[in-house]
Design a protein around this ligand. Structure first.
Ligand SMILES: *[C@@H]1O[C@H](CO)[C@@H](O)[C@H](O)[C@H]1NC(C)=O
Ligand SMILES: *[C@@H]1O[C@H](CO)[C@@H](O)[C@H](O)[C@H]1NC(C)=O
Ligand SMILES: *[C@@H]1O[C@H](CO)[C@@H](O)[C@H](O)[C@H]1NC(C)=O
Ligand SMILES: *[C@@H]1O[C@H](CO)[C@@H](O)[C@H](O)[C@H]1NC(C)=O
Ligand SMILES: *[C@@H]1O[C@H](CO)[C@@H](O)[C@H](O)[C@H]1NC(C)=O
Ligand SMILES: *[C@@H]1O[C@H](CO)[C@@H](O)[C@H](O)[C@H]1NC(C)=O
Ligand SMILES: *[C@@H]1O[C@H](CO)[C@@H](O)[C@H](O)[C@H]1NC(C)=O
Ligand SMILES: *[C@@H]1O[C@H](CO)[C@@H](O)[C@H](O)[C@H]1NC(C)=O
Length: 743
């Protein structure tokens, strides 16, 4: 251990989590970067633009660069992932991106970004490899849960707030995966093909919001876009490409091994950094010289890549580091991703968890739980009477309880670095977007501890159907748990027969049958679903199912966050960030599983994803986008739309709590375009979080900017306002519209 690292161990305990740093303007940052580049040797520059190698035993993070000590430039540490630090101990397992989206709360999405980044900073990580903002084009997409669902606006707000939170503590965010990394099968070479308008309005939109949030780095994807590899697609990443035309000032880094072409092709197209630097299996590693003789060095020597371009690559990377003040007082790396169990002399035992982070994870877990059904009946018929069925549970009246399903229990912790843990509760999917299960509190532990001696609990923590029914028979309340999981394809395993993308929308391990069997013998069955995305709810109308909670993939405080919702300490306010339909064909897209070589995937559905497709095709989903119940009820009134400066519209309305308990409503604004604009009937363009005491009301004001009510015009290459009348729909979900106005 060297002196500098040794000194940090003490510091880490003393420094407050809200790190101080100086945010520089991009102009100043680029000037400092250019000055540093001017002093660097050619070999020092190569060390900045190329990872040190996946197979390099000196590597400490998922990706590192080579330091330039004489100029005070450290090895830049880049690490997974988008829901918390992976590959080390003493870190928090945060809720997934899709659960962040489920909160419909900018406040919580931003707080999650900040809290995650405080931990990354504490471990000395310069770049948090997230957020992911790949549109969930199909509900079975393996990594869909890492981002914010199928809606571009929600993804855009999720990306904006997450990046703002991350960079607020001086950690670089990395917007990924650019562009259209929407399925796992064939991802290393499939081509996502789409027209210009679809690209701008759907797939590029979250990246545009990322640039507006000042994101310092963007990761190009494994797949091709319009037949050209994303990492050498000048139309995407080049000087005249999408990113720079929209004001991006940072650097583009390849996904790990996503460099499929020659060093000169990639560098000239706009790729600034290649990671991990030696990824040989799938054809990457070109800056190091694997493809083409001499790699980048050879290309610079021969003039195929100009010295100016080479300098610019280095400069863009250094500028991001200067921009966030990482050149001053940044903690050194104090962990070793090559020893994720925390062993070895390079893991310095720094604990970056805090009580605040744990509380936030618990709050987001509760705030993202979506109450889908609640048939609450009370003894005396009044809303405040003692509950005998439905939610919230009444601790004083429940004497016997069954807890059924393996999803209630602790998963095996020894399921590998990618968290392919599927024999217990599902709190996160698998792959590089996964996080730490070290401190996970499973539902069974949290419920048992809360119930104490107030009730007898009978458990059946396998998915054995007969055993589950036997445990449930005759109980006052039966909590039955089921799940579905997906993850990243890699060189990794197939998990329960699924290669990244899910094979179907069924609950895993006969979870649907388990729920039906429990409901067959228990007239107060509460179903809890932990899933990475939409699943089949064919059983949801069974009369004995008195409550359904869709809890998503909520991270490590899964048990406590669920207890808070079940017992009414937290009034549910989660809203579905996707629709739940009965049939995969209701979504209008598919995953290409089988192909004779890398497929061309034509995004022929264009703008019609999820609710947009269902609306056009008159498909009524079982549970619609934006839907979620509360223990309170809410009223809407007084819609007004006024013109404002710069062509924007100010939409305001009043939300009131008409229920018997305090609660939080998530009003949503959908826009209907003039006929002829070529837009779906309704598109999300706003949402708000409104916390209301019993009887209270609040005026909500949402702003629609000119861009919000424009469409992408491929001819003029700009957002253009279509002529005609617009309709503003305000409501509690896309199907529950309470107020309508026009402008
Ligand atoms: C992708 O291809 C489509 C169809 O040929 C075309 O309309 C669109 O402009 C292309 N987009 C880009 C960014 O090249
Ligand atoms: C975890 O943190 C504790 C201090 O809270 C420390 O004693 C321990 O060594 C750390 N373990 C690892 C593996 O980092
Ligand atoms: C049960 O709850 C659902 C939604 O929560 C509602 O649509 C249905 O009418 C309720 N049924 C009864 C019998 O209360
Ligand atoms: C539910 O079942 C219990 C016995 O398990 C019975 O006592 C109760 O009356 C039933 N409630 C309803 C509403 O059917
Ligand atoms: C509901 O549960 C009761 C036991 O409380 C059972 O007798 C009845 O058959 C169940 N109803 C259905 C439709 O499964
Ligand atoms: C799902 O949709 C397909 C195609 O429309 C249809 O053939 C199939 O019967 C549907 N399945 C169910 C369960 O409704
Ligand atoms: C996609 O479109 C291209 C060009 O029109 C066509 O050759 C290809 O077969 C299409 N792919 C699929 C999977 O439909
Ligand atoms: C008006 O909108 C344009 C385009 O969105 C923007 O560039 C400009 O800064 C806005 N001006 C004001 C005063 O908000």
């Amino acid at each position: 251990m060297n002196m500098r690292l040794g000194a940090f161990v003490l510091l880490a305990i003393l420094i407050p989590s809200h790190a101080q740093f100086t945010l520089r303007s991009w102009g100043d940052a680029h000037a400092l970067a250019n000055a540093a580049v001017a002093q660097m040797t050619e070999s020092e520059k190569f060390g900045i633009v190329k990872g040190t190698g996946q197979l390099n035993s000196q590597r400490r993070c998922v990706g590192d660069t080579t330091p330039v000590p004489r100029l005070g430039i450290p090895s830049f540490c880049m690490n997974d992932g988008p829901a918390g630090i992976r590959l080390t101990k003493n870190v928090t397992g945060f809720p997934t991106g899709i659960n962040a989206a489920s909160t419909f709360s900018r406040r919580l999405i931003r707080a999650r970004g900040q809290a995650m980044a405080e931990e990354f900073r504490g471990k000395g990580i310069h770049v948090l490899l997230g957020p992911a903002m790949d549109i969930m084009r199909n509900p079975k997409a393996g990594r869909g849960w890492e981002s914010f669902g199928p809606d571009p606006y929600l993804n855009g707000e999720g990306a904006f707030e997450t990046i703002t939170g991350i960079q607020s503590v001086g950690v670089q965010a990395c917007a990924k995966h650019f562009l259209a990394n929407n399925q796992e099968h064939w991802r290393y070479g499939l081509s996502a093909n789409m027209n210009d308008r679809t690209m701008h309005e759907i797939y590029f939109y979250p990246f545009l919001r990322s640039i507006e949030a000042g994101v310092t780095s963007i990761m190009c994807a494994y797949n091709r876009f319009n037949d050209t590899s994303s990492c050498h697609n000048a139309g995407l990443i080049g000087p005249d490409g999408l990113l720079q035309k929209n004001g991006f000032q940072g650097y583009v880094v390849s996904d790990w091994g996503a460099t499929h072409d020659s060093a000169a092709d990639n560098a000239n197209a706009g790729l600034d950094m290649e990671q991990p630097g030696d990824f040989i299996v799938i054809g990457g590693g070109t800056f190091g010289g694997l493809i083409g003789i001499g790699g980048l060095q050879g290309a610079v020597d021969s003039g195929d890549v100009s010295k100016d371009r080479f300098d610019q690559m280095v400069s863009r990377i250094l500028a991001a580091w200067y921009r966030l003040g990482q050149d001053s007082g940044y903690p050194p790396v104090n962990f070793d991703a090559q020893k994720p169990d925390g062993s070895g002399s390079r893991n310095l035992g720094v604990n970056v968890r805090t009580a605040e982070h744990t509380a936030l994870v618990r709050e987001i877990g509760s705030a993202s739980a979506v109450l889908l059904k609640n048939n609450r009946t009370t003894m005396d018929g009044s809303p405040t009477g003692s509950t005998i069925r439905g939610l919230p549970l009444d601790k004083s009246r429940i004497k016997t309880m069954a807890i059924v399903g393996q999803d209630a229990k602790l998963p095996n912790q020894n399921c590998g670095d990618l968290n392919e843990c599927n024999d217990g509760t599902m709190s996160i999917g698998w792959g590089s977007g996964s996080n730490s299960l070290e401190f996970i509190v499973p539902p069974i532990d949290a419920i048992t501890s809360f119930v104490g001696s107030s009730a007898t609990i009978t458990t059946s923590l396998s998915n054995d159907l007969d055993a589950g029914a036997n445990a449930a028979r005759g109980k006052n309340v039966c909590l039955v748990f089921a799940n579905a999981m997906s993850g990243e394809l890699g060189f990794y395993d197939t998990v329960v027969g699924n290669q990244g993308d899910r094979n179907d929308l069924a609950l895993w391990f006969k979870g649907g049958s388990l729920i039906e069997r429990v409901a067959g013998v228990c007239n107060n069955t509460i179903a809890i679903v932990h899933s990475v995305g939409p699943v089949s709810f064919s059983w949801s109308n069974l009369p004995n199912i008195t409550g359904i909670i869709y809890a998503g993939a909520p991270g490590e405080q899964t048990g406590p966050s669920l207890v808070d919702v079940l017992y009414g300490m937290y009034n549910p306010s989660g809203r579905l960030p996707f629709s739940i339909a009965d049939n995969e064909s209701d979504y209008g897209t598919s995953i290409v599983y089988n192909s004779d070589g890398f497929p061309d995937i034509n995004y022929s559905e264009q703008l019609l994803l999820d609710y947009r497709y269902m609306d056009v095709h008159n498909i009524t989903p079982r549970f619609e986008f934006g839907f979620g119940l509360s223990y309170a009820t809410f009223g809407y009134s007084g819609l007004s739309i006024i013109d404002s400066a710069n062509f924007s519209k100010i939409v305001s309305f009043t939300v009131s709590n008409t229920g018997a308990v305090a609660g939080t409503e998530k009003p949503q604004l959908y826009l209907g375009y003039p006929t002829g604009a070529g837009e779906p009937p309704k598109v999300l363009r706003g949402f708000e979080e409104v916390e209301l005491a019993v009887g209270a009301n609040e005026v909500v004001t949402l702003t629609l900017t000119l861009r919000d009510f424009s469409i992408w015009d491929a001819t003029s290459q700009a957002y253009v306002r279509p002529a005609g009348a617009f309709t503003v729909y305000v409501g509690a979900s896309i199907k529950d519209i309470r107020l309508t106005g026009t402008f």
